[in-house]
Design a protein around this ligand. Structure first.
Ligand code: ADP
Ligand code: ZN
Length: 602
């Protein structure tokens, strides 16, 4: 029997296991259960695929979505590993045929949805076959706290009783503690080993910019990206998704919309194009998410604030699964804050749940407003310490400062108080700046002592002050009014001069743009001109093969493999085996074609 290490090299074409992979594989080979917590792109699939290859029988892989199953089976087929899925996309004859193959011991990995797995007929079928292991992918779906709760996952606890001697491995990229605990309890994995890898996604560059003019900010962000980069743009509403997508197409980008209001056919069609073509920008609500295994998503942009740190981490985590540089970019402003506070208030949740939601939102706001390294704040939130500066987030790349805004905070709060807590930030800003408009005149607010006291600051600064006061709960939003700001229990101490207040000096996009230009951009993965030419040629070869097989290009080879091919330019098939991601099967299938492509371009 080969060792796991040998399989890793021979089949997958990788040199070494990452972090806990080898230990996890050994644990399963020893017949134990395991819970695996690894960030997206960490390499969870190998943890059950390799034991499945080494153990007798068929591995049953529980996966929540048809798209995920198909993707994995496509990838395994490329490696000449016999894998199949059974789900509602197949006819009963096809299902029958696959079940027969399983009975004959011809399938090493069988993917199924949880609802199918627990059907009496299917359980009956399972008792007839030899099962090597159960892998429960996306195990956070068992958690009601999580973001993708699937009631059918709860039934999976029965596996421990029906198949007490078959190893079970549950895997997830969820970083939060509550969900982890729930997985352990609900899936009856309390006694099994838990393998936790750090949740840092070091290849993702985080940045959050002040929302000024969303569309033009988005355009300048997109212009900095490589035109062949695929990306996802998240918006809160269906309407905005449509608008932004149309706008981008008008500006000569290729973009597609995705939201729950579109028919399943259109959604599916758009998703397929996103997976199979290059350079597509998907503009989407959060309905577009799980099931996106595409490894080469180069950026995730948020035009609206997500609802929590968990959501932000999940959504941005869809960028750069292949480990190559990727960007998480968000525009954020006072309007987002007001909207989210109102949404919680109007949600119809119990007051306890509202408190939980508010706490979650506040953590995210703290993250948006921080002047510290974003990565350290993000990881701290998930209980990890990250003591250094990452040099791959906007706080590290373009540091901002805090300024003592105690006096300004007093001016703002007292202006709110004197105008009876019924006005919004724009109106209050005009009073503070001493701008005598008709409304101010009508309400006689130019006679207030606060009129004009803040005229040294411009509108942007005052908006920033109000935003930060709301974000840190010195002001709150009246849900009845149109964004009227009111005092909170924390306001009095500031007004009485008992507390100092510091604000972040927001960078406006003009400043950031200038600074971005002066730093080197990680474009073309540091390939020189010659290598880049070869890389582009290899991409064309890959696209041709992918099209003929109707699979996404990344199923043939990841960009990482093509980049290594382009820079090392192997001359023989033997030398090609040294490239990461090229194992024996892929070498046999595609080696000659890619060698030719390298030779012709040189
Ligand atoms: P996850 O399911 O954790 O998001 P995957 O299992 O899809 O991640 O793996 C992400 C990528 O990393 C895949 O392309 C996979 O082939 C690759 N990978 C996994 N393990 C290794 C390894 N030990 N060495 C190199 N690449 C690996
Ligand atoms: Zn940083």
């Amino acid at each position: 029997m080969p060792s796991p290490q040998e399989l890793l090299h021979k089949i997958y074409g990788y040199k070494d296991f990452r972090l806990h992979q080898a230990d996890i594989i050994q644990e399963i080979l020893n017949g134990q259960n395991a819970l695996v917590l690894m960030p997206t792109g960490g390499g969870k699939s190998l943890c059950f695929q390799i034991p499945a290859l080494l153990l007798d029988g068929t591995a049953i892989v529980v996966s929540p979505l048809i798209a995920l199953m198909k993707d994995q089976v496509d990838s395994l087929t490329q490696l000449d590993i016999s894998a199949a899925f059974i789900n509602s996309s197949l006819s009963s004859q096809e299902i029958y045929r696959i079940q027969n193959q399983v009975i004959q011991g011809k399938i090493k990995l069988l993917y199924v949805a949880p609802e199918r797995l627990m059907m009496p007929d299917f359980l009956e079928f399972l008792t007839k076959i030899k099962i090597s292991l159960f892998a429960i992918d996306e195990a956070h779906c068992v958690s009601q706290w999580g973001h993708d709760f699937r009631p059918e996952y709860l039934k999976l606890s029965e596996l421990s009783e029906t198949f007490p001697n078959t190893p079970r491995i549950a895997l997830t990229a969820t970083a939060d503690e509550v969900t982890r605990k729930e997985i352990r309890t609900k899936l009856k994995l309390l006694d099994s080993k838990m393998f936790i890898d750090g949740f840092d996604r070091e290849n993702i560059e985080y940045s959050i910019v002040l929302k000024e003019n969303t569309k033009s900010q988005l355009l300048s962000f997109l212009k900095q990206q490589n035109p062949s980069s695929a990306g996802i743009i998240y918006c809160l509403s269906r309407n905005k998704v449509e608008q932004i997508s149309e706008f981008l197409n008008y500006k000569d980008f290729t973009s597609l919309p995705y939201h729950a209001g579109l028919s399943p056919e259109i959604r599916n069609q758009n998703q397929q194009r996103f997976l199979q073509e290059e350079g597509i920008i998907m503009v989407a609500t959060i309905a577009f998410g799980m099931g996106i295994n595409k490894p080469d998503v180069r950026f995730v942009a948020h035009l609206d604030l997500p609802k929590s740190m968990e959501a932000y981490y999940q959504e941005t985590g869809r960028a750069g699964r292949d480990g190559l540089p990727a960007k998480a970019w968000m525009v954020y402003g006072l309007g987002d804050l007001i909207l989210h506070k109102k949404m919680i208030e109007n949600s119809g949740l119990s007051s306890l749940q509202k408190q939980v939601e508010t706490r979650k939102l506040n953590s995210l706001l703290g993250f948006c407003e921080t002047t510290e390294c974003r990565r350290s704040v993000l990881l701290n939130y998930f209980g990890e310490t990250y003591p250094k500066k990452c040099n791959n987030c906007d706080s590290c790349l373009f540091p901002t400062e805090l300024w003592d805004g105690t006096r300004e905070a007093q001016m703002a709060l007292s202006c709110v108080y004197r105008t009876k807590q019924i006005f919004g930030a724009n109106y209050l800003t005009n009073i503070l700046r001493g701008i005598l408009d008709q409304r101010i005149q009508r309400f006689e607010h130019h006679l207030l002592p606060t009129f004009g006291v803040g005229s040294v600051h411009n509108q942007i600064t005052w908006t920033s002050i109000f935003r930060q006061l709301v974000a840190s709960d010195y002001l709150t939003v009246d849900i009845e009014g149109h964004g009227s700001l009111c005092l909170t229990g924390k306001s009095a101490a500031v007004l009485k001069g008992e507390q100092k207040i510091y604000f972040r000096k927001d960078l406006i996009s003009k400043d950031v743009l200038v600074k971005t230009k002066s730093t080197t951009r990680k474009e073309n993965y540091n390939l020189d001109e010659e290598s880049n030419k070869i890389f582009q040629a290899l991409k064309l070869t890959r696209m041709k093969i992918a099209k003929s097989q109707q699979v996404p290009p990344y199923v043939i080879f990841h960009d990482k493999t093509l980049i290594e091919l382009a820079s090392k330019r192997p001359k023989t098939l033997g030398a090609m085996l040294e490239i990461s991601g090229i194992g024996e099967s892929k070498l046999n299938k595609y080696g000659l074609e890619f060698l030719a492509s390298i030779n012709q371009t040189q």
